[in-house]
Design a protein around this ligand. Structure first.
Ligand code: ADP
Ligand code: MG
Length: 607
């Protein structure tokens, strides 16, 4: 029998850990690892850029609750993967990155793609190690896999020098038995009973209690416990952008349409798997009441007491267990809101009504002829078309969204009935994640639904809303989708730039009709040169799909949008890109909705 190689040991270790898919981009020396993995039945999803594959692997970890694995070359490959490592670290996604590197015998000589990846990645990962001998390969992979997964999830890294990958073991080398490599899911701690009691008492005394559901709750698969909590206590809840669907958006206690009022008036907040970072305005005034008492529930002790968090009220533990403990402690207690005017629930109801009416108006306003669609109108048409094809409560769609307006507006318009079915730019507000996320979502939901934690689900269609700028970061991954036969439906919301373009609506229409260069029609203001936010309006993004056998639609009207949505949804083999020309929004102030503005994106309706 031929002696076993380093590449074979690596592939075997991954298989024995239960890895079924690797997201990567090969070259020398890691191509051998990928080939050995494929030989063992592991699916290798080959990307066009390491950034996209590292994003895909990180969110695959989030969706499945098991580490996503990414394989790349050394040097520049690792540098591009830094993007996904940063994204996994900021979002607390479990990610195992494996990379090749220069031969150990040629270090410092200027060898092929030489870089000290361990020093680079040590501050940005939970663990960064080099497998320096064939005997240590399995142990290094197992430890890195365990470390990215157990405790608070995050990225880890293993570096394999070329001579280790290509090295041959001695004839007496024994591969570890599969049962010695396999790892059980992370241990789950429950909360300190004394603090549970204190938290339960506080909730019982609250006049305006609120539950905030974050993506940590989605990651923890805590939906059944949290739905139980909301139903039994009747406390209103507010999901964060990726905490949507843990409790269905259609639930009557969903305070999303009254987000500002809920945050501003809540006196006791139960925070389930969400950090008090920018997404939640640090838990501080003016967005929050200065008197709010915040009960943080988190797997990570270091998170407790951060910003406006109260260190004495923090519960360190797994959300699933802690919520069950709280329910036991609350016994049959139910929130009895005051019915008077100005009470918490009446404030929420009034605010929700106002915001929902405003959103409905924007959605129902027909597009005048010779004018581009608004975001709201375009989304309304997409939503009604999708709803006519699949009932929203069935949850047959996974939404991916990135961009500025594109992401913020879509969040409130497309309701979710199930958790982990909306992926967006996340804690790091990373632009460029979208197409990698689409590929990961399709892989998780449609290819590995039997052997991951996603069980018993019907196949899901992946629908993406990409800003024209965000799409550009990883547009070439459309070819990856075509090659992998991923029938994703991707809308490029083309408003000619970042935040907004610098073309007026009238000029935009002319440009799109005549196909003349946008720059010729621009106003005097633009004589100084193109604005920094400007992108070419007439770019035919949809041709990226048609150039690799997919379907492309160029959409300027409501009818065209309806048709493209219908056909794209029903397509079962090919990727579809729909280039939707939307209002450029020129003249509007560029404002970051999460910071200064009073009007918040999520204040719009949850229609
Ligand atoms: P969001 O973006 O939705 O606000 P964050 O990413 O800020 O959410 O916060 C998620 C939090 O959930 C992290 O602090 C993480 O430590 C925590 N977390 C992850 N898994 C669990 C779990 N099983 N139990 C409790 N907390 C968890
Ligand atoms: Mg744009």
């Amino acid at each position: 029998m031929a002696p076993v190689s380093g590449a074979q040991i690596i592939a075997r270790s991954l298989r024995d850990l239960g890895v079924t898919v690797i997201f990567g981009l090969v070259g020398i020396p890691v191509v051998e690892i990928a080939e050995e993995a494929i030989n063992l039945g592991i699916r290798f999803v080959a990307f066009r850029n390491e950034q996209a594959c590292s994003y895909a692997a990180s969110v695959y970890g989030y969706m499945t609750g098991r580490p996503g694995v990414c394989l790349v070359v050394g040097g520049p490959g690792v540098l591009h993967t830094m993007a996904g490592i940063g994204n996994a670290s900021a979002n607390n996604f479990p990610l195992l990155v494996l990379a090749g590197s220069a031969e150990t015998t040629a270090i410092t000589k200027g060898s092929f793609q030489e870089m000290d990846a361990i020093s680079l990645l040590t501050p940005h990962t939970k663990l960064a190690v080099r497998a320096g001998s064939l005997d240590f390969i399995s142990g290094a992979i197992r430890n890195a896999y365990r470390t990215c997964w157990y405790g608070r999830p995050g990225p880890t890294f293993v570096d394999f020098p070329a001579d280790i990958i290509q090295g041959k073991a001695s004839p007496d080398f024994k591969l570890p038995a599969p049962e010695d490599v396999f790892l059980p899911p992370p241990p789950q701690p429950s909360g300190d009973p004394a603090v549970i009691l204190k938290a339960a008492q506080l909730l019982k005394k609250a006049r305006s209690p609120l539950v905030i559901v974050g993506k940590g709750a989605a990651y923890a698969h805590a939906e059944s416990a949290i739905r139980d909590l909301v139903d039994r206590t009747q406390i209103p809840f507010l999901p964060t952008p990726m905490g949507k669907g843990v409790v269905p958006d259609s639930h009557p206690l969903n305070a999303s349409s009254a987000r500002s009022a809920a945050l501003k008036n809540a006196d006791v907040v139960l925070l389930l798997g969400a950090r008090l970072n920018w997404i939640l305005h640090f838990g501080e005034p003016p967005k929050w009441s200065p008197k709010a008492k915040i009960i943080q529930v988190d797997i990570c002790a270091e998170e407790i007491g951060r910003n406006a968090g109260n260190a004495e009220l923090g519960i360190v533990g797994d959300i699933n267990l802690v919520v069950q403990q709280l329910l036991a402690s609350l016994s049959n207690w139910k929130y009895q809101p005051s019915q008077s005017e100005g009470s918490f629930l009446s404030l929420l109801a009034a605010s929700a009504k106002k915001n929902e009416e405003k959103a409905l108006q924007a959605a129902l306003k027909p597009t005048p002829s010779n004018t581009p669609l608004t975001f709201q109108r375009a989304y309304h048409i997409i939503k009604t078309t999708l709803n006519s094809l699949t009932p929203p409560e069935d949850g047959n769609i996974v939404y991916v969204s990135e961009g500025a307006n594109t992401m913020d507006i879509s969040r409130s318009i497309f309701p979710l009935a199930h958790p982990r079915q909306r992926l967006d730019a996340g804690t790091y507000a990373t632009m460029g994640v979208g197409l990698g996320y689409v590929i990961a979502a399709h892989t998780a939901y449609n290819l590995f639904s039997s052997d991951e934690r996603i069980t018993g689900q019907k196949p899901k269609k992946i629908v993406a809303f990409e800003g024209d700028s965000a799409f550009g970061f990883s547009a070439m991954e459309v070819e990856t989708m075509a090659r992998q036969r991923i029938p994703a439906l991707i809308f490029v919301m083309n408003n000619s730039g970042i935040y907004h373009g610098d073309t007026t609506s009238e000029d935009a229409w002319k440009v799109l009709q005549d196909q003349t260069a946008a720059n010729d029609t621009k106003s005097d203001d633009n004589k100084k040169g193109l604005r920094s936010t400007s992108l070419l309006y007439e770019t035919r993004y949809e041709q990226l799909a048609t150039m690799c056998g997919g379907k492309g639609y160029f959409v300027r009207t409501e009818e065209e949008l309806e048709k493209a949505t219908r056909e794209g949804f029903l397509e079962s083999e090919k990727v579809t890109v729909v280039n939707v020309v939307v209002e450029p929004g020129v003249g509007k102030k560029i404002q970051f909705a999460w910071q200064g503005s009073k009007e918040e994106p999520s204040k719009q309706s949850k229609l």
